[in-house]
Structures are given as structure tokens and as C-alpha cells.
Design a protein around this ligand. Sequence first.
Ligand code: F6P
Length: 532
Amino acid sequence: MIAQFQAQAARLSGQSLRSLFDADPARMARFKLDAAGLTFDFSKQRLDGKALDAGLEAARAAGVEAFRDAMRAGEAVNATEGRAAQHMALRGKESFFALGQPVSHEIAATRARMRSFAEAAIAGQLEGWEGRPLRAIVHLGIGGSDLGPKLVLEALRPLRRPDLEVRFAANIDGAEITDALAGLDPRETLVIVVSKTFTTLETLANGAVARAWLEAALGPAAGAHLVGVSAAPQRAIAWGVKEDQVFPFWDWVGGRYSLWSAVGLSCEIALQTGVFDQLLAGAQAMDAHFLEAPEARNAPILGAIVQTMNRIGYGAQSYCLLPYARRLALLAPWAQQLEMESNGKGVTLSGAPLIQPAAMVTWGGVGSDVQHSFFQFLHQNLQSVPCEFLVVLGPGEGPADHRTHLLANAIASAEALLVGKPAQQALAEMRAAGLDASEAERLSPHRAFPGDRPSTMIGLPALDAKALGALLAYYEHRTIAQAVLMGINPFDQWGVELGKAMAGLAAGELRGSAAPRPHDPSTQYWLGRARA
Ligand code: F6P
């Protein structure tokens, strides 16, 4: 499989992207497709028909479709933890199973509870609130229990309810929970503690501060202001959430795939009625596409082939995610967890070391801001970084001319990365502008652009809940398809455990509750500084 990608890359390496357009009049038709209302244009990526066929062959050989179908069927596709990965069930309309057990009924029941809780909250009729209105939600969670809801609430800000503030605290840095609670009235605040495991240090520590804050102000009434969301409801109850205030999800939902569950309760409440349903519907439309579209027209599968080709064919270590939409500023942090926690693995499913890395570093920022910061690097540094541009094609917010400029900057940036500017052209332009010959000669290498830098363009019809749901589901499926191509498990995350365990030991040493252990001199030094 790796050899296939590398052979195609070796064949195409000498060919410019522009020559690929010239060589294939059907290139746009082959590499552009619509899926769940979104448009994907992979034509500026360094692949031709033959390379695409090789990628599709590799996907077949790796069993991408078979894995997808097994995932849909609720089989134990998370092989190292013996679990299903049924996030599609959370937004699906038909019956779903996890390890042979039906799950759709409990999903529907939880969705119904979420809706009626939201309705009561909005109507000022939450039990134990004495008719007080809900003015603020404090959402406490980290990783997958934080990034998705935060992204959605930011992306869909125009669809939020007025007069309802939502604050987040994830970090164990006390500044974050301090800021999250500052100035709020506990009588009008709902604290939602979200943790799949309900064992996560950061979330429980922040939760304890928020719980004490509620109790200090409200006494026994505090319980009505505290909600838990967890796949371990008994732990949430033992921690202090009232049983009827706990919203469940399940171990067959991976943390970074969990936005669609009760993890999205803050979104259900803070967005206008029906918007969260629209988000789920958009994701469901992308699920249907992923499940039904033929491989060669399947956006997540093509996206996975492009990512894999860039990683192991061309050796790209990272790709740059570039939404030209202010409201998608949190897309890159969300995708970082999704892609790097899922696929940042070192061994295959059978435990054999990977010969090639499976994941790229995901990084990025919002256009056009980043054109004025790291675009210098994208255009002229020696190593080409594949880019992924996102544009919103609908009317947009604010003055029409802002939209024109925003889209022009996205489209032209992708074009500039593709075409570049030879030194001769830079020289001729300077001469035409009246610069003397020797100065133009001196400056032309600085003002030349190598070009031939690949990118994908993704178009959203509007930044609405449906398009956002479809977009996020696209990234989920692409991540999983990439993992299957590389033969790894995208659903576990053992790699986060060592740091957590050692931090626990270090905290014991800092507190003086554990005997000091031997450390390397550097660690010893910094523990000493932290103790002082
Ligand atoms: O430490 C990593 C991780 O387990 C992520 O996978 C997860 O999204 C995050 O921590 C939060 O976990 P939990 O929802 O169990 O608190």
C-alpha cells in the first residue's frame, strides 16, 4: 500500500500541478464533487487519474469500505478497547446497534430529555430555580468534551439565543475557571460538567470549584444548577450530580466523536430551537454520502487518499487548515484533536511498528488574518505545505464588499500557491514599474514565488447548522478512512496516558504527599522551581 503511494508520487514529482490540468481536460470533473451540500475540489492536489486509481485500489485493499460498514453495523472496530464506534447512530434516523445491542432507543430518549430540559431552561421553568431565568451556562470539560461544543457555539453565533452567555473552562490553570465564573449570578447560572469518564483531573477540579461556588450561594438548591454529562453516570452521581440531572452517553462513542451526544447539551440550550437538530441532520447527510457514494465519488475517501498521498507519497509533515470564515476560528483546534489523537499512532492494529507515519500535523488559522502572519512561510519557505481552504459561498454577514474581498483572498491565495511567480516575471514587473535594472536584478529572487504548491478547496453553501454538521462529519470520516488506509486504530488514545500518570506523581511530590523520586537533572531543577 505504502509502495503504491510512493510509486505514484515518484512518477508525479517531476510534473507541475499546472501540467496536470493541461494533461487532463476532465480533471475538474474527476477531482471536484458535491457531498451533503458541500463542494470539494481536490483538483489542485498532486494526483492524476492514475494516482487516484492507485489510491482507490489501496483503499479497497486496506478494506476502507468494509471497515466503514462494520462501523455502521456496530462491530468492535475499536479493536484495542473492544468497543463499537457508533457516533453515526447519534445522528442517524434508522436503527443502530453496538456490539449487537440496539442503541437507537436510548439515544432517542436522551435527545428527548435534552430537548425538554432546554425548553424548561429557556422558559425559566427549571425545577428548583424558583422561576429564575437562565442567563449563563458554564460548560466544563476538556478535549472532546470541550472542543466540539465550543466550535459549534462560535460557528453558529448568529443562531444563538440572545441574553444567554456560554462560558467554557477546560484547563487546570486556575485562571480559566476564575474567568469562567467571574461576575456571574449563581442563581441564574447552569454549570454543565462534561466528561466521558468522569475521572478527568482538569474537569473534576474545575467542577469542584464551580460546585463550591454554587453551594456557597445557593446551599441545598445548588444541585438544581449542576448538570453532569457522562458515559459513566454512576461516577457523576457519586461525584455529586443529582441523578435526574445526569445525561448519559455511551462507551461506544469516542470522546473526540461525541459532540452529537449529550456532550452537545450546551449547544442544544444556547442555540435557537431546532438548530442542534439541523447540525445532526447535516452530519447525517454526510454519513449517508460516506455510506452510499461509490469510492471514486466519495468525499471522505478521496480526502483520505489525498492526505495519505501527501503524507507518505510526498513526505508532507503537516497540512494547513484555512477557513476563510471568522466564525470557524476553532475548527483547527477541534480538527487537531480529531486527527492527531486519532491517527498519531506508532503501531498498526496488529502491534507492528508503522513504517511510515500515519498522521500529519494539523495546524492552521483564519483567513484573511493569517495571510498577514504565516502565509510568507506557505508561499516561499523551501518545503511545500499542503493547504485546505474553506469558503462560505452564501451571502455572509456585514457589507457585501467584505464578502467579495474575503472570497477573493481565499480563491486567489490558492491560485497564487499554484501558479507562483518566476523570478523573470518579478524582474519584468519591477522594470515596468520603473525600477533600475540592477536593483530589479538584486530584488527579483526575493520577489519570486516557487508556486506548484497543492491545496484543496471546500465550499460551504452557508455557515448554517446543516453545512457545519456535514463538514465536521466529513472530517470524522476522512480521519477514519485515513486510519484504515494506514492499518491503525483511530479510536483509542493510549498515548495520552503516560503524561497524565507522571503528572499525578509529580503533583504528589510537589505537594509533599509522596516521597521524592529520582529524576533527570532537568526535571529535578524544574520541580525544585515549582516547589519554591
Ligand atoms: O486525555 C485525552 C482524553 O481522554 C480525550 O480523548 C478526551 O476527549 C479528553 O481526555 C476528555 O476525557 P473525558 O471526556 O473522559 O473527561
